[in-house]
Design a protein around this ligand. Structure first.
Ligand code: SF4
Ligand code: SF4
Length: 104
């Protein structure tokens, strides 16, 4: 086991929560995410949008309708490509709002 101290300013073994804390966010005021056809979601049992999202943006209600907490979106684009029904409407937030990454 190493006894060497980390360099100043270097976070060792940062948790996902620690990393997310470094992301700056500006609320665009309206969702940049939606679904083309909510009816498709109510019969979809894959729920890939829920499973693939690292920020827990997607949640399925009891009737199968998705609730989208767009404010948490990291703009990774995964939900758009994961949906087997190509049902996700995905755009960048308007006016340059959304996330800004301070670290890689
Ligand atoms: S994976 Fe696509 S079709 Fe299924 S619930 Fe999510 S957005 Fe709707
Ligand atoms: S773009 Fe990424 S972070 Fe945003 S909702 Fe889709 S999967 Fe989640």
């Amino acid at each position: 086991m190493s006894t060497k101290s980390p360099s100043p300013g270097i976070v060792q073994n940062a948790s996902l929560e620690d990393r997310l804390y470094t992301v700056k966010y500006e609320d665009p005021g309206e969702s940049h995410l939606d679904v083309e056809n909510p009816g498709i979601c109510t019969t979809c049992h894959e729920d890939a949008c829920v499973d693939v999202c690292p920020a827990k943006v997607w949640r399925k209600d009891a009737d199968g309708t998705p609730t989208i907490a767009y404010e948490n979106c990291l703009e990774c684009g995964s939900c758009r490509f994961a949906c087997p029904n190509e049902n996700v409407i995905w755009t960048y937030p308007e006016r340059g709002a959304g996330v800004t990454y301070k670290k890689g």
